[in-house]
Design a protein around this ligand. Structure first.
Ligand code: NAP
Length: 309
C-alpha cells in the first residue's frame, strides 16, 4: 500500500524536486498539500498544516519543505497526529528544536527523517568508503553560488534564523560530516553580513578534526559565472574531490564512475523515507546544524555592502 503523503510549503524545492520525485515513486501517493498561498493541481490544498491534518485523517506521512523557521510547529503537529515526518534541510530554527522533534517521534512510534539531500549525491558513499583507513592531512570546501539564481526573491533567507549563505553551506557540512571518519568542530569563523540584512552573505571557516587537521571552508552567495560546490580532502595516500555538490567524485584527478542507481538525490531521499517508515525507524543527525550554530557562536562579524533581494 502506498503511503498517503501531504506536502508542506509549496515553493521552489517542492516544485523542482519533491513533487516530481513523489509522482514517480509508487511507494507514495501525494494526496494533499499545505501552503499559505500556493496550490498543487489535482491534490487537496489547505492553507495550514493544522487544517490538512484535521481534514485528512487518512494521511500516513507529511514532508516539510518550508524554510527552517516553520519546521518545528508543523513537524510537532504532524507527529502528535501520528504521522511520519520528513524534513528538508536545514532541520529547524534552533538546535534544541530538532532534539525535541526526535524525542516526540520516539514517543509516538513514528519516523522522523531529518534529511540532508547532498548526502545522497552520487559520489558521496564512494568518497566515504575511500577515506576509511586513510589519514587525512587537510582539506578545502568551496561552496560559492549566485543567490539570485538559486534563491530568487527569498527574503526569509536574509532574516534572523534564515541562515543566509549557510542555507546552501550546510550542505557542504552535511557531506563533510558524512565522509570523514573522525569528528570535526569549528575552530575559527569569519561571517560577512550585508549592512541591511540579518544573515551572512559569506562565511570563512576553519574546521578542525579531532586529530588536529584543518579543513578550510569558503561559502559565498555573490558568485557569478561558474557555480562551485566542491569538497577536496587530502590524505597521506591520495586526494579526493567531490564536485557538483557531491554528485561527482574524482580520486587523484581521475573520475570515479557512479552507479546509475545512485542518480537523483530526491528519488533516493524518498526511497529512504519509505524504508524508514516500513522499519519504524528515525534518522536524525544534527551535527552539520551544530557546526553552523557554532560558527554563529564564535564567528567574527564583518559588515559588508548592502544586499538587495
Ligand atoms: P521557497 O521557494 O521560499 O519556498 C518555501 C515555501 O514555504 C514558500 O513558498 C511558502 O509558501 C512556504 N512558507 C511557509 N512558511 C514560510 C515562511 N515563514 N517564510 C517563507 N515561506 C514560508 O524556498 P525553497 O527554495 O523551496 O526552500 C525551502 C527549503 O528547502 C529551505 O529550507 C531550503 O534550504 C531547502 N532547499 C532549497 C533548495 C533550492 O535550490 N532552493 C534546494 C534544496 C533544499 P506559502 O507562502 O504558500 O506558504
Amino acid at each position: 500500500m502506498a503511503l498517503k503523503l501531504g506536502l508542506v510549503g509549496i515553493g521552489k524545492i517542492a516544485r523542482d524536486q519533491h513533487i516530481p520525485a513523489l509522482v514517480a515513486d509508487p511507494r507514495f501517493e501525494l494526496v494533499a498539500c499545505a501552503s499559505r498561498n500556493a496550490r498543487v493541481e489535482g491534490v487537496a490544498s489547505f492553507a495550514s498544516v493544522e487544517a490538512m491534518l484535521a481534514e485528512m485523517p487518512a494521511l500516513d506521512a507529511i514532508s516539510i519543505c518550508t524554510p527552517p523557521n516553520a519546521h518545528f510547529e508543523a513537524a510537532l503537529a504532524a507527529l502528535r497526529a501520528g504521522k511520519h515526518v520528513m524534513l528538508e534541510k536545514p532541520p529547524a530554527a534552533t538546535t534544541r528544536q530538532i532534539a525535541l522533534l526526535q524525542a516526540e517521534a520516539a514517543r509516538h512510534g513514528r519516523t522522523l527523517f531529518q534529511t540532508w539531500h547532498s548526502r545522497f549525491g552520487a559520489g558521496v558513499d564512494a568518497a566515504r568508503d575511500w577515506l576509511r583507513g586513510r589519514t587525512l592531512t587537510g582539506g578545502t570546501i568551496t561552496w560559492k553560488e549566485d543567490v539570485y539564481e538559486w534563491h530568487p526573491g527569498q527574503q526569509w533567507i536574509w532574516d534572523a534564523g534564515g541562515l543566509g549563505v549557510f542555507d546552501p553551506g550546510i550542505n557542504a557540512l552535511s557531506v563533510l560530516t558524512e565522509v570523514l571518519a573522525e569528528e570535526a568542530f569549528v575552530h575559527k569563523a569569519v561571517l560577512e553580513f550585508p549592512e541591511n540584512q540579518q544573515a551572512p552573505i559569506a562565511a570563512h571557516l576553519d574546521l578542525r578534526t579531532e586529530a588536529g587537521v584543518t579543513v578550510k571552508a569558503e561559502f559565498d552567495f555573490r558568485q557569478k559565472g561558474e557555480q562551485i560546490w566542491d569538497v577536496e580532502l587530502v590524505t597521506t595516500t591520495g586526494r579526493l574531490r567531490l564536485s557538483q555538490g557531491g554528485g561527482v567524485l574524482e580520486i587523484d584527478g581521475r573520475p570515479v564512475a557512479a552507479d546509475a542507481a545512485l542518480a537523483g538525490e530526491y528519488p533516493r531521499l524518498y526511497a529512504r523515507f519509505a524504508e524508514l517508515c516500513a522499519a519504524g525507524q528515525s534518522e536524525v543527525d544534527w551535527r552539520p546544524f551544530q557546526l553552523v550554530a557554532d560558527a554563529f557562536l564564535i564567528g567574527e562579524r564583518r559588515t559588508v555592502a548592502p544586499h538587495q533581494v
